[in-house]
Design a protein around this ligand. Structure first.
Ligand SMILES: C[S@@+](CC[C@H](N)C(=O)[O-])C[C@H]1O[C@@H](n2cnc3c(N)ncnc32)[C@H](O)[C@@H]1O
Length: 293
């Protein structure tokens, strides 16, 4: 799939041009985001993620915490777990052909897009509110020589320029907590071909707990987001022709990542809220894969 020069589609969302003042806040947040926990992990192999990890920690690879180079090995391990999360998302997209187009809604610095292209050889279109992230992702695609297939643009994922039915699959990798789910799934449903697959990996509050816990409220405040409940996800999908095919509770698989991260020099201060809410059952890390019917 060929893509026009990025400069022809480059657009800037500012507080003045965002669809809502809130989107302006989020654009600003991600334009200024440069936490070492994201950048140093991406530097390991050039895949830049803004999401969390899953899987068992490889203690042998980490080695002795008192031995030289431990912090670098810890960073590499956290990054490996974040890329494992992306691999699981891609595993759930179903069969994808080289001629297909995939859409990454809320693509960040583009790590998931690059991995999707490397796995399927197809075109991947990403949208983010942040011009800085889009530039970063496009620069990285050029460095890798895949910029004819992988492109990020500054755009609201609730109102994308993609044609109806254009996407064989689409996803939100930790980006659905910034938008109304009915609006989001209506747009995914529009751009997905019938039979196409939608996947989200997201934190959500657990309706069995009752209401969002204080930890969930802390996470919302920290990231300026609005975590939805598991019930809201399933309801909004059902209302928008997205029928869950797989639901995986990844909570037990993400806890080791958080417990390891909490021991690192890269802590951001939000680690305890994640660990406590996963442990008290008020928060869950979910993968939902749904068919567009
Ligand atoms: C936590 S980051 C996840 C980035 C990426 N998916 C990843 O896994 O590395 C959240 C992303 O959602 C994007 N986002 C939030 N609201 C958006 C909206 N309305 N339209 C497009 N992108 C949005 C942000 O710009 C940011 O790139």
């Amino acid at each position: 799939m060929s893509v026009p020069d990025v400069t022809t589609v480059r657009d800037t969302i500012t507080s003045a041009t965002a669809a809502t003042p809130y989107q302006g806040d989020i654009a600003r947040y991600w334009n200024h985001e440069a936490r070492p926990v994201n950048l140093r992990l991406g530097d390991v192999d050039g895949l830049y993620h803004h999401h969390y990890g899953i899987g068992d920690v490889d203690r042998a690879a980490l080695g002795d915490p008192t031995a030289a180079g431990y912090e670098n090995r810890l960073i590499a391990e956290l990054h490996r777990l974040e890329s494992a999360q992306t691999s699981l998302l891609l595993d759930n997209l179903g069969p994808i052909r080289r001629e297909d187009t995939l859409v990454d809604a809320g693509c960040g610095r583009g790590g998931t897009m690059v991995m999707a292209h490397q796995r399927f050889g197809c075109g991947v279109e990403g949208v983010t509110l942040s011009v800085k992230q889009a530039d970063f992702a496009n620069h990285r695609a050029r460095e890798l020589g895949i910029d004819t297939s992988v492109r990020a643009r500054v755009c609201n994922m609730l109102n994308t320029p993609f044609a109806s039915g254009q996407a064989a699959a689409s996803w939100n990798n930790e980006s659905s907590m910034y938008v109304d789910l009915h609006d989001l799934f209506a747009e995914h449903s529009r751009i997905l071909a019938p039979g196409g697959r939608y996947v989200t990996i997201t934190g959500c509050w657990n309706p069995v707990y009752g209401q969002p816990s204080k930890w969930v409220s802390q996470i919302n405040a920290h990231f300026e987001c609005n975590i939805h409940s598991r019930r809201e996800y399933l309801r909004a999908m059902a209302d928008n022709r997205l029928v869950p095919q797989t639901v995986i509770d990844l909570t037990p698989q993400t806890l080791p990542y958080w417990e390891l991260r909490a021991t690192s020099g890269l802590v951001t201060g939000i680690e305890d809220a994640f660990i406590n809410s996963y442990k008290d059952g008020s928060f869950q890390y979910l993968l939902i894969a749904a068919d567009r019917v």
